[in-house]
Design a protein around this ligand. Structure first.
Ligand SMILES: *Cc1c(COP(=O)(O)O)cnc(C)c1O
Length: 403
């Protein structure tokens, strides 16, 4: 028996790669817009979008052009010197996000760490918290990345098991529970960190008004609000930022961005927000060799431009309504609950339906790539560039698989 191309590539990856992922068994070779092609020449509608990093679609021509042009000029200077690209990127980012200041990093986890460091230092300098006693409130079922400090406050057993000892100074409250938040805030609390919609937890949407009320509570208590919009931000939910569903009052002190910030072309993340908090960093306090490099800045500036120029937020809202209607019309005994915001859906299956992964494998057979999250949820997050036909293709596949 000769091995298929797919088997050959998978065997090689399994043989030499550490086994920290369990991918669906397809090997992608190329992509364009909302579609990818595997090594056997089969095409799929990408409904994961690299966890919303590819909101602008695969290889968006304007973003790829920015990458190529910048690669022919200069790619990395380090922050030991200035470069002629970072300022323009951060200016656009601050304007679009309504922020005073930004700090660029590379991965999402690094940006979350950056926000936590900023909040702690702010607490010591501006609130006079005794050294090493700052507390940060986080939310149960959170996902903020994989560093040791971040998994220190994860409530997912697998993310922590085997990785202690952990970083102290965190407390957890249930998502959506204002009374618990109020009770958790003490004299040493410096920050409240939350995802406006919890993606990895299964697209969990909090009660209306939760973020605005949490922000008000924190403001009154002198606590910095940090919204991690690495997955929910930049158009995914039909607004530029998911917190906007709760109005201007839900705006945080710090907003953490990543993933679609660079349209899937290069790793770029950032913390943006109030100068009073981000301004606590002084030269030498914090940094990253690649953070804010000219290639990253050129790519991210182009990726933000595409979001705005092509009104991807509007498309997400418009097609998101159709996605909600289409999914809402499905009646299946397998389904426990369907949650939709913009072009983002979590289809939660009953335990009796078995794990969601089996249904994702069936979607693959119908030309749709989606990934289960937690055991029982199929998550759908197509690129925001999809059209009506692609949405219909997705709904047809989902209907068939849940029938
Ligand atoms: C993906 C993600 C992160 C971590 O980003 P990485 O780039 O993988 O480090 C953090 N928070 C949220 C909400 C995410 O979805």
């Amino acid at each position: 028996m000769t091995k298929s191309k797919t088997e050959t590539f998978i065997d090689e990856a399994e043989r030499y790669g550490a086994h920290n992922y369990h991918p669906l068994p397809i090997v992608i070779e190329s992509g364009e817009g909302a579609w990818v092609t595997d090594v056997e020449g089969r095409r799929y509608l990408d409904c994961l979008s690299a966890y919303s990093a590819v909101n602008q679609g695969h290889r968006h021509p304007k973003i790829v052009a920015a990458l190529k042009a910048q690669a022919d000029r200069i790619t990395l200077t380090s922050r030991a010197f200035h470069n002629d690209r970072m300022g323009g990127f951060l200016a656009d980012l601050c304007r679009i996000a309504g922020a005073e200041m930004a700090l660029p990093m590379n991965s999402g986890a690094e940006a979350v760490e950056t926000a936590l460091k900023a909040a702690r230092k702010w607490g010591y300098e501006k609130r006079g918290i005794p050294p090493d006693e700052a507390e940060i409130v986080t939310v149960a079922e959170n996902f903020h990345g994989r560093t040791i400090s971040i998994v220190s406050f994860s409530t997912e057993d697998q993310y922590r098991r085997g990785f202690g000892p952990f970083t102290p100074g965190f407390r957890t409250v249930p998502f959506g529970d204002l009374a618990a938040l109020r009770a958790a805030i003490g004299p040493r609390t410096v920050a409240f960190l939350a995802e406006p919609i919890q993606g990895e937890a299964g697209v969990m949407i909090p009660p209306a008004g939760y973020l605005a009320e949490a922000a008000a509570l924190c403001r009154a208590a002198g606590v910095v609000t940090i919204w991690d919009e690495i997955q929910s931000g930049l158009g995914r939910t039909g607004k530029l930022f998911a917190y906007e569903h709760d109005g201007e009052g839900a705006k945080p002190d710090l907003l953490v961005l990543g993933k679609a910030l660079s349209g899937g072309v290069y790793p770029v993340s950032a913390v943006v927000g109030r100068a009073e908090v981000l301004g606590v960093f002084r030269p030498g306090d914090h940094g990253s060799t690649y953070g804010g490099n000219p290639l990253a800045s050129a790519v991210a500036q182009a990726a933000l431009g595409v979001l705005v120029d092509e009104d991807l937020v509007g498309n997400s809202a418009r097609l998101g309504r159709k996605l909600a209607e289409g999914l809402g019309a499905i009646s299946s005994s397998l389904v426990k609950e369907i949650r939709v915001r913009g072009l983002w859906a979590g289809i939660e299956l009953h335990e009796s339906a078995g794990p969601a992964r089996a249904y994702c494998l069936k979607l693959v057979e119908r030309g749709v790539l989606a990934k289960d999250t937690r055991a029982q949820v199929i998550r759908l997050a197509p690129p925001l560039v999809i059209g009506e036909n692609e949405l219909e293709f997705l709904l047809t596949a989902v209907r068939a698989v849940l029938a």
